[in-house]
Design a protein around this ligand. Sequence first.
Ligand SMILES: [Zn+2]
Length: 301
Amino acid sequence: MRVFPCDRYRLPLPEGHSFPIDKYALLRRRLEEHAAAGAAIEFVEPHAATDDELARVHERGYLGRVMAGRLSPDEVRRIGFPWSRELVERSLRSTGAAVDAAAAALEDGIGASLAGGTHHAGSNWGEGYCVFNDTAVAAREMQARGAVRRVLILDCDVHQGNGTAEIFSHDPSVFTMSIHGARNFPLRKQASSLDVPLEDGCGDEEYLAALSPAVEQSFDRATPDLVLYIAGADPYEGDRLGRLRLSKQGLLERDRRVLGIARGVAVPVAIVLGGGYCREIESIVDIHAATILLAASRGRS
Ligand SMILES: [Zn+2]
């Protein structure tokens, strides 16, 4: 399985910033160890998303302000990262990684970005550590290349995919499913094609009982040529922002069900990471690594 890491493109963050930027390099290192021991993982540098790719999703004015560093103080606050050249480069690479992972999935059956899941970015705004919406750009780019007609975005990050929902609200060719904490950020949710809101404290059993029918219904209604799967690590019980109580085993079972249902109908899957805000960064890496290793063990190449 080809995976597209972005950890070389680091962000300069203020001291004490809550974003766990180190998880990306730690995850790559962990996966390199598994690859050396025989796991079927090939690391490929992602391209930087192009203007054409971005403009299929984001308004030109917003793109111009991001590129030139002319975002308003309110826009910067909403994103949650100080603006820098490095932020722009990283955002371009992590968006490119989703596009590359989608293209790899269409060739190999499966592919993964080792970043992204930037689902809070809408057509003309960034929000919640998300500058560009990577899965939205990947979906539209695969359509523009004529590689797919219909796309399903399965968002299993604990936060609602409000940006993705807004972007595709009038586009029936992309089906958006979000399973998330009902009382979690963002406070004002957008309507996805299918939303599955969960109460605080929801554990493995309850989550999985809600997940399976929602994923099956999404496949039935979307009839997708490609799935983009946001495999967030933040429904984990140890997460600081998640409010749910899934165990690591529960999260792996989530991945198994999503990949199993996709495989059952022979639809390619591209994975992006999504969030993870546990204090023990090794736990976040455990969860993401388990997702990637499971996917790699099921890939065709
Ligand atoms: Zn999240």
